[in-house]
Design a protein around this ligand. Sequence first.
Ligand code: ADP
Ligand code: MG
Length: 608
Amino acid sequence: MGRIRLLPEIVASQVAAGEVVERPASVVKELIENSLDAGAEKIDIIIRRGGISLVRVIDDGCGMDRDDALLSLERHATSKIRSAADLQAVATLGFRGEALPSIASVSRFRLTTRETDAIAGTEIIINGGKLEVARDGGEAPGTQVEVRSLFYNLPARRKFLRSENTESRNIEHQIHLQAIGHPQIAFSLLRDDRVLFRLPSAATLGDRIRDLYGTELLERLVEVNSTPSRKSRISGFIGQAGLSRQTKAQQLIFVNGRAIESSLITAAVREGYHTALMKGQYPVTFLFLELDPATVDVNVHPAKREVRFRDPNGVREEIVRCIQETLQGRRAEWQEKFRAPISSQATVAGKAAPDLMLRPGVSVPEESHRALPHLTPEATYHVIAGVTRARAVVPGESVQPDKPPGRAPAKRDSNQHQFNIIGVLSKLYVLMENADGLVLVDQHAAHERILFEELRRRMEEYGVPTQKLLLPQTFDVPPRDADWIERNLSILQKMGIGIESFGPDTFKIDSVPSFLNVSDPAQFMRKVIDDLKSAGNSASAMRLGEEMIAKSVCRHAVKANDPLRYPEVEKLIRDLLDCDLPYCCPHGRPTMIQISLAELEKKFGRKV
Ligand code: ADP
Ligand code: MG
């Protein structure tokens, strides 16, 4: 008896603080969220020594009267929800009523606040959870929260803090998230008495991105175009194909205005980029997802960093589709630059320029070159089927028939493209001009992209060529994977994997796609299952095929040092411009770099 007792209020708050307040950046996050919920239009943040010695957040929001100010520091005191039912449709960033008391229990805390029309404001001082002062104070309308000496009374927690620099960077990231999430709100950050940024209220998300990260980044982003569905709306900006980062720092995702971390969404984004993202790199996203609040549970994590979706598959699919459409939508814009007539011969900066244009044939030597392996339908087919014929096949057993396809794929009209080829630099970069200025094309990357799309089209039409195994193999998988294979048998077969059930949790595999050199079918299958599972339902039968082509295409494409004849260079460019994703190779590297006349004029000081 007597072993169980209620914790004193202060201790309970400190325990809760362990979850809500991990580090100075979490204090900044909670305080900014409160300011936003209070309708602030301007939020100023001041930090000192990584926020460990001081965090101060000043807003011009609605403020609080004396009673509310005192109440706001009690645990589970909130103005934002009233009943559990309200959790179904939380429209504010806060709702748990935990942040202020938690922060106050682990710091030297001072709150001053005044409602707009009130004559006097209120000042409250709390040290380590203990109320020291509550009195009138005459500050400007709004609320100011000052948090000093974080974790001064919890030395064990304080030890877990990182260097001041790291903590500062975490805080900056947190403010970036909030600033991107709320472009119309003005933000400023003062770090150790230095102004790090002052962001005016921005009219659009694009303006805010430019103010925070510069025009250069904005120019490499594509505005998300997605038809809103009944269930959701996706908006924002994402990096164009070929733009990526080594860290996740610029992968920002918001659900109903709340910055969140979601492995489901990041995986979906990755899947959407697929061949447009370099391996091991991270995409740049400023992605806003709006869903019916009743279909998202925001009350999963005390710091509200994670959410749970009622229909995770639906969300995943919408995002994959939206990213794909957005990346391809960029194509029209590129096409424009190759459709308009080239005017460079007319005037540069108003003056007639002498005709220095080289004739195409002059700059690209006619001698000593290799012909570009054109992809006639037959040739294409052989690239796919070639591996099949080259490898051991049991006599009498037929692989996919080696007949050339009957019909060439529909060719888009590429004659409208306007460009002048100037020459080839270093046997690799095609130099040309279009309406916008100078274009550099990596001939190897370009050819990879062309081959990739061509082969993919063929595969869609004729299926994946398969290779019979000398000896069919049986293999066991864990029950969950067995269930997955059962459900996806037909997709796997379309992918060129000959697989059938062979007893509970056992399967027999007798053929594999001929692209791959599969030495261990069981291990191959495990990899396929993992890949496809993580790709989710959006994985089509073509998914595996695409990966295979992307791998093999590199070997078939013209190499950096292969000199090409002029007509071949021209054909290469025309074919490239006809691709779905002309601006990056199937490994996510850029194929073309455009340097506009305006950029050149700036560089040469003709324009400031
Ligand atoms: P929550 O935000 O989950 O409601 P908090 O502990 O963060 O819980 O805040 C408690 C309450 O204090 C809020 O519900 C709000 O009414 C009030 N409050 C906090 N910060 C501010 C602020 N900056 N301006 C006006 N009211 C505030
Ligand atoms: Mg709050």
